[in-house]
Design a binder for this molecule. Structure first.
Ligand code: OFO
Length: 175
């Protein structure tokens, strides 16, 4: 059994993961329009991952006899000034999600809800990985700088990151 407080907090997290999925979908579309194929592919995959994060919470909440609510999600931005600014926004959003997950962990302690505390550990590890990945991408973008062909080189980097991610996910994920 889940407490009403925890149920409400998990529903809030469902909405946050759902927003991340739509935000990253919007970024994927912008990248595609800008001819940044590698970055678009990366953001499409991130968008799908965030949807899975949302669904994992959704199913857990119902399994615990709570009621997962299909969230109302604000419209994300559709335009970005640069690929660097876009990835800065991704990093900031991931940091926000990490804080929200840590708040949920703190609430599980308060509520003595060991089941949810255990369930959330997957998200704690996932956020550490996601933040590290986004920091790596931002570092590479900064290293490439603003030279004439920088967008080309950034997108090449993203292709390499896509290949590494696909390899880490296993043969089924590779195209
Ligand atoms: Fe699910 O927020 Fe990123 O990983």
């Amino acid at each position: 059994m889940i407490t009403p407080t925890m149920e409400q907090a998990l529903n809030k997290q469902i909405a946050l993961e759902g927003y991340a999925s739509l935000l990253y979908l919007s970024m994927a579309s912008w990248c595609e329009k800008e001819g940044l194929e590698g970055s678009a592919k990366f953001m499409y995959r991130q968008s799908e991952e965030e949807r899975q994060h949302m669904l994992r919470l959704f199913r857990y909440l119902n399994e615990m006899d709570g009621h997962a609510l299909s969230p109302s999600i604000p419209e994300p931005p559709h335009f970005f000034n640069s690929v660097r600014e876009m990835f800065e926004q991704v990093y900031q959003h991931e940091q926000k999600v990490t804080r929200a997950i840590h708040d949920l962990v703190a609430l599980s302690y308060e509520e003595k809800d060991h089941t949810t505390l255990n369930f959330l550990q997957w998200y704690v590890a996932e956020q550490r990985e996601e933040e590290a990945l986004m920091r790596t991408i931002l570092d590479r973008i900064k290293l490439i700088g603003n030279g004439e062909r920088s967008l080309y080189f950034i997108d090449k980097e993203m292709e390499q990151i896509n290949a590494a991610e696909a390899a880490a996910e296993g043969p089924a994920a590779e195209e």
